[in-house]
Design a protein around this ligand. Structure first.
Ligand code: SF4
Ligand code: SF4
Ligand code: SF4
Length: 320
């Protein structure tokens, strides 16, 4: 992701507004903290000059598509564009109402990992640049190089489509993320290697820390129900009080609801204030969906959504 891409993006976004091909642009602007970006939703032509592309554009902007009116020009990384396609499959968004501005992605940098490796707070770091297999970190004029694999988010290490497959405009050239599937799946493998009692104890401990803030739900583009089951009182599926059994039930049902919709964008885990390893649930669910139904979320906009299609041959496997 370089400044040429940013210029190209700003030019294309401006053109969409000038020509009336989009009513709003949804992209990223520089964040107020160092090494952050923040979602920018605008219809102001001048504001597109603040659009940025960098390794800190973490949000999955597809979340906004169901809320922003009119035709939307949306900046989409590979995983985001899959979420857009998934929303189209679920009839939440019309393909005609969205202009996908695809951004080939080289992976996102987890600033917490950088801070830990260089033993500095982000405010003490002058610059961070993703340069292929290395990430250059400048502190007080001195350059330190870190292996990219050690500072990317775990889900980016397992990314299979860093370049959007569905787009109207592609900014820049197709790219490959610096992947390491084994590293990306390491925590899931550790859980798989546990005996059921250990795994139960692990999740009991993790979910006892959940404060039911619902940030994981709010940030997820695959969670689009107008009324979430957790807010139902008749029947009351789970207690609104945060206790581990109900927290477990919340995550189990949420993961069933996003099965076939989750694109491993990593947002639920990133925003969890309790650092609960939510990707170990969502990614495992995606693997099961692929294994059982040969289905990956957000790949084919013309295919029926997983939960809306049923094959009679599935009955034996699904009915217990
Ligand atoms: S999962 Fe892929 S497309 Fe999404 S942010 Fe990571 S590398 Fe980019
Ligand atoms: S974001 Fe974390 S703490 Fe908040 S409801 Fe989800 S799992 Fe619980
Ligand atoms: S469940 Fe998590 S990883 Fe999957 S789409 Fe939602 S926010 Fe992204």
């Amino acid at each position: 992701m370089d400044s040429n891409m940013e210029q190209e993006l700003r030019k294309e976004a401006r053109k969409l507004l000038d020509e009336g091909k989009a009513d709003h642009i949804v992209g990223f602007a520089r964040g107020s903290l160092k090494f952050t970006a923040t979602p920018l939703i605008t219809r102001e032509k001048e504001e597109v000059a603040s659009l940025v592309i960098n390794p800190f554009i973490v949000n999955n902007l597809a979340k906004f598509l169901t809320e922003v009116p009119g035709r939307v020009g949306i900046v989409a990384k590979g995983c985001d564009s899959r979420s857009v396609v998934s929303l189209i499959q679920d009839n939440q968004v019309s393909r005609d109402d969205v202009v996908i501005i695809g951004v080939p992605c080289s992976g996102l940098i987890d600033i917490a990992k950088v801070e830990q490796l260089v033993n500095k707070d982000r405010d003490e770091i002058d610059d961070i640049a993703l340069q292929g297999e290395k990430v250059a970190v400048i502190i007080g004029g001195q350059k330190t190089e870190l292996p990219t694999k050690e500072v990317l988010f775990e889900h980016c290490l397992g990314c299979e489509s860093p370049t959007p497959q569905e787009y109207d405009i592609l900014v820049g050239i197709p790219t490959n993320a610096i992947g390491d599937k084994e590293l990306s799946l390491r925590r899931i493998k550790q859980l798989e290697d546990m005996v059921p009692e250990q795994r139960w104890a692990f999740w009991k401990k993790q979910l006892s820390r959940c404060i039911r803030c619902y940030a994981c739900r709010q940030v997820c583009p695959a969670c689009f129900c107008e009324r979430c089951f957790v807010e139902e009182s008749q029947p009351q599926w789970i207690s609104p009080v945060s206790q581990w059994q109900d927290n477990l039930m919340f995550q189990v049902i949420r993961n069933i609801h996003v099965a076939g919709r989750c694109t491993d964008c990593g947002e639920c885990e990133r925003v969890c204030p309790q650092n609960i390893p939510l990707r170990s649930l969502s990614k495992k669910m995606s693997e099961l969906v692929d294994e059982m139904f040969h289905y990956q979320a957000g790949i084919d906009k013309d295919a029926p959504a997983l939960m809306t299609a049923y094959e009679p041959v599935e009955a034996e496997d699904l009915i217990m």
